[in-house]
Design a protein around this ligand. Structure first.
Ligand code: NAP
Length: 354
């Protein structure tokens, strides 16, 4: 390896077993992210004998790790907790040789091949291929009082903070699956849960809606948005509201505000290097290729539609299979031109049948 500064780590330093690397100082594949897509990519590339290195990021396990109960991941009919599922993913990936580093990638250099991956922990790795599985994070309302009261009555994780609201009054903001699930979870602790939604119907799945409507502790306040969160002595004590139909302003006294209004892709690393859509998701083709050859993606960083543990697992698997194929081509002598966008897009069906 040349043309790198400082400490370049290679697979040979940490890897075990048979060496499949072309150059011992260059990783075959680095996976960035430790959610369902990342660990599945680890499992598949490890089983392809690529000795993957998975760098977890700061949110180990991703959004699953803050989910209390997972009922819709196949194979677990009794359901299991998010952290338990993450540990199972990790154990299975490590069993076949995935190396897991608890570090945060703060830069990837994509204008040369092999690529470089630099971390907050001061490591620099050269790698033939990358799988981006950086996931998504909760969206903020961006209203006065929200940031100031975060952790002091404003929360984005009922699983983490619900316990502190035993016997209290809480508001849940949003009308999707997350808001419904988390409102139901909060009924274990809170004396009253009011769900505020900006429209007059939920977008959540029917099964969750039915559970919400039949839960006596939950009241739904339709056509209402928050305009401000008001705190006193370091605690939330009320919110200001607006009716989205009449425009009427109001106030609700409460102890806590749980916000579940969607997610934003974790694309801080990717801006300026990768093609992103208008919401900031990576644009991949059906073969999980990004616009840079050798860099693949799976999970919520590229999926704005499904966002399920099961779909992220599938996308992580597909990205890993493509990375494996790419590595076969590298072994066969492929010279990578990082300026050549490898993606192929099919014509939209509407055009085919027009
Ligand atoms: P979501 O489906 O995007 O829902 C976000 C909700 O927040 C919507 O009801 C939206 O209102 C509302 N909202 C957005 N911006 C707002 C704002 N500025 N002020 C007030 N309300 C606002 O997000 P999600 O519930 O986090 O779910 C994300 C994805 O994960 C979905 O695909 C979901 O199916 C999936 N998920 C699945 C499960 C499960 O299967 N058990 C659990 C959690 C999440 P509108 O409806 O008016 O747009």
């Amino acid at each position: 390896m040349s043309a790198t500064n400082g400490n370049v780590n290679g697979a040979s330093a940490n890897g075990a077993g048979h060496n499949t690397n072309i150059d011992e100082n260059i990783e075959n594949v680095i996976i960035i992210g430790s959610g369902p897509a990342g660990f599945t990519a680890g499992l598949y590339t490890a089983r392809a004998n690529l000795k993957p290195l998975l760098i977890t990021g700061n949110e180990y396990g991703g959004q699953v790790s803050i989910t209390y109960d997972i009922e819709n991941y196949p194979g677990f009919p009794e359901s299991l907790s998010g952290p338990d599922l993450v540990e199972k993913f990790k154990a299975q990936a490590e069993k076949f040789g995935t190396r897991v580093e608890f570090d945060y990638v703060n830069e990837i250099v994509t204008d040369r091949h092999p690529f470089l991956v630099r971390t907050e922990g001061g490591q620099e790795y050269a790698t033939q291929s990358i799988i981006l599985a950086t996931g998504a994070r909760p969206k903020y309302l961006e209203i006065p009082g929200e940031r100031e009261m975060a952790g002091k009555g404003v929360s984005y994780c009922a699983t983490c903070d619900g316990f502190f609201f035993r016997g209290k009054d809480v508001l849940v903001i949003g009308g999707g699956d997350s808001a419904c699930e988390e409102a139901l979870f909060l009924t274990r602790f809170a004396s009253r849960v009011r769900m505020l939604h900006r429209r007059d119907s939920f977008r959540a799945s029917k099964i969750l809606q039915e559970r919400v409507f039949s839960e006596p502790k939950i009241e739904v306040v339709w056509n209402t948005v928050l305009t401000e969160i008001v705190g006193e002595n370091g605690n939330v004590n009320s919110v200001k509201t607006q009716n989205t139909v009449t425009g009427e302003a109001g106030e609700l006294i409460t102890d806590g505000v749980f916000i579940f209004v969607g997610h934003l892709p974790n694309n801080q690393l990717l801006q300026g290097k990768f093609e992103l859509d208008e919401d900031g998701h990576l644009i991949t083709d059906r073969k999980m290729r990004t616009n840079i050859p050798g860099i693949f993606a799976g999970g919520e960083i590229m999926d704005k539609v499904f966002k399920q543990v099961a779909t992220s697992v599938g996308q992580g698997c597909a990205a890993a299979m493509q990375a494996t194929k790419f590595m076969e081509e590298i072994h066969a002598g492929l010279q990578v031109d990082v300026t050549q966008d490898p993606r192929e897009f099919e014509r939209p069906l509407a055009k085919v049948y027009a």
